[in-house]
Write a protein that binds this ligand. Structure first.
Ligand code: PLP
Length: 418
């Protein structure tokens, strides 16, 4: 941007004045977390009334789902989720309402169980494509796993760097991946990235890919991005036990009462089923059946997700329009325009993100902490902000975007011209 110092000083003064107005009457808006809005939750309310006849409580014609049992899920749910994840029915395990807790289960199982439990290692490290999902990173940190950030580009994690690291260090035991409409950058992994992850030579023989496909059917437009099936590729190249795929209906039906699933090789399924058997006699099968009756099959899931998209797309469009309107021709910020998922990611000038988030906080607009999407909450460039617009009404989002635009411009110009 080519402003004379005088023009910049005048513009900063103008923006300061506007900011002072906001300070006097702060807003109360929160766009920190990717949660569905009320209108989206209402889409799945009919599901709650679907079990109302005696035969609705029977799975595969004989199993009473009100009772104990079916540790790895009822057949009907396994069938639905195996189709969504692209795995065999016997490669699929149905969990409770949280895919995160299935990921935690896999990590703790790797730590304490199996032939070579990680607890015997001096050090365990994980690759963390960044920016990424903050809860992945807090989980890894909580388990004492050292996190190594790896940059993301438009195709997924930078694979030259991933391959270099995993081929040299046996302590690197795994990698986090959000392959479709990645949180927060919206990137869907290219086929090449998937192939390289599945086939790469790793110094750790038990290298583990946690493939969190949280947004696998969460399209916002008619362009439906889909990451290649990594379990199939891993099996083809003889690395069947390398990958664990996860998904849930948290953002299809209800985050508070959805169904989660994982898919993995038969050996991995046996390992996890054994571990699970010490924790539960079975998850909530009534909820599994409710979901099966409501979502039915991948086609019905797609039809349901189109209803979510109709609610969400105007919010993503609004963000896009507001950013174009304010920043076209001004290289103060770059933003993503994702075809799916729950987030818009802003790349600010280096060293500005924390100040922008703090300036917003003071005027009552809460966005995710600037470093939260990086391991240990530390982004060395301090240039990343995640917007999570889904739960906010359009009118509120409009106001929030005015404030966000103002704070980005003000903080950036102050940085450039002070
Ligand atoms: N994985 C990713 C990438 C997410 O963004 C989220 C929620 O925001 C989750 C997992 C949470 O999944 P669940 O509700 O199934 O635990």
């Amino acid at each position: 941007m080519d402003l004379s110092r005088e023009a910049a000083t005048n513009r900063i003064a103008e923006l300061e004045k506007e900011y002072q107005h906001y300070l006097k009457s702060p807003m109360n808006l929160t766009i920190t977390r990717g949660v569905p809005g009320k209108e989206q939750l209402a889409l799945s309310e009919p599901m709650l009334g679907l079990l109302n006849k005696p035969e609705d409580f029977i799975s595969q014609e004989t199993i009473d789902i009100r009772n104990y049992g079916e540790l790895t899920g009822i057949y009907e749910a396994k069938k639905l989720f195996s189709e969504l994840l692209g795995a065999g029915i016997e490669e699929t395990v149905i969990g409770g309402n949280s895919s995160l807790s299935l990921m935690y289960l896999v990590l703790t199982t790797k730590f304490f169980m199996g032939e070579h439990p990680w607890q015997a290692e001096e050090k365990v490290k994980f690759l963390c494509p960044s920016p990424g999902y903050d809860r992945h990173f807090s989980m890894t940190e909580h388990l004492g796993i050292e996190m190594i950030p790896v940059e993301m580009d438009e195709n997924g994690p930078k694979m030259d760097e991933v391959e270099r690291l995993v081929s040299n260090d046996a302590a690197i035991k795994g990698i986090w991946c959000v392959p479709t409409y990645s949180n927060p950058t919206g990137v869907t992994y290219s086929d090449e990235v998937v192939d390289r992850l599945a086939t790469m030579t790793t110094k750790a023989p038990d290298f583990t890919i946690l493939w969190d496909n949280a947004y696998l059917v969460h399209h916002l437009t008619d362009v439906h991005e889909t990451a290649k099936n990594i379990l199939t590729t891993c099996k083809t190249v003889g690395n069947a036990d390398r990958v664990w795929m996860f998904c849930s209906t948290s953002k299809i039906t209800f985050p508070g009462a959805g169904v989660a699933a994982l898919a993995a090789s038969k050996a991995n399924v046996a390992l996890i089923a054994d571990e699970l058997s010490y924790q539960t006699i079975g998850y909530d099968k009534l909820n599994q059946m409710r979901h099966v009756k409501f979502l039915q099959n991948p086609e019905q899931v797609a039809a349901h997700m189109a209803k979510h998209a109709a609610i969400l797309k105007p919010k993503f469009d609004l963000i896009k329009e507001k950013l174009h309107e304010r920043f076209d021709g001004k290289p103060l910020v770059e933003w993503t325009e994702p075809a799916g998922g729950y987030f818009v990611h802003l790349t600010t000038l280096d060293g500005c993100a924390t100040k922008i988030v703090a300036a917003l906080d003071k005027i009552g607009v809460k966005v995710t902490n600037a470093g939260a999407t990086y391991p240990y909450g530390k982004n060395p460039r301090d240039n990343s902000i995640r917007l999570a617009p889904t739960p906010v009404a359009l009118a509120d989002l409009d106001q929030a975007m005015n404030a966000i635009g103002l704070c980005i411009e003000l903080v950036s110009l102050e940085k450039m011209y002070s």
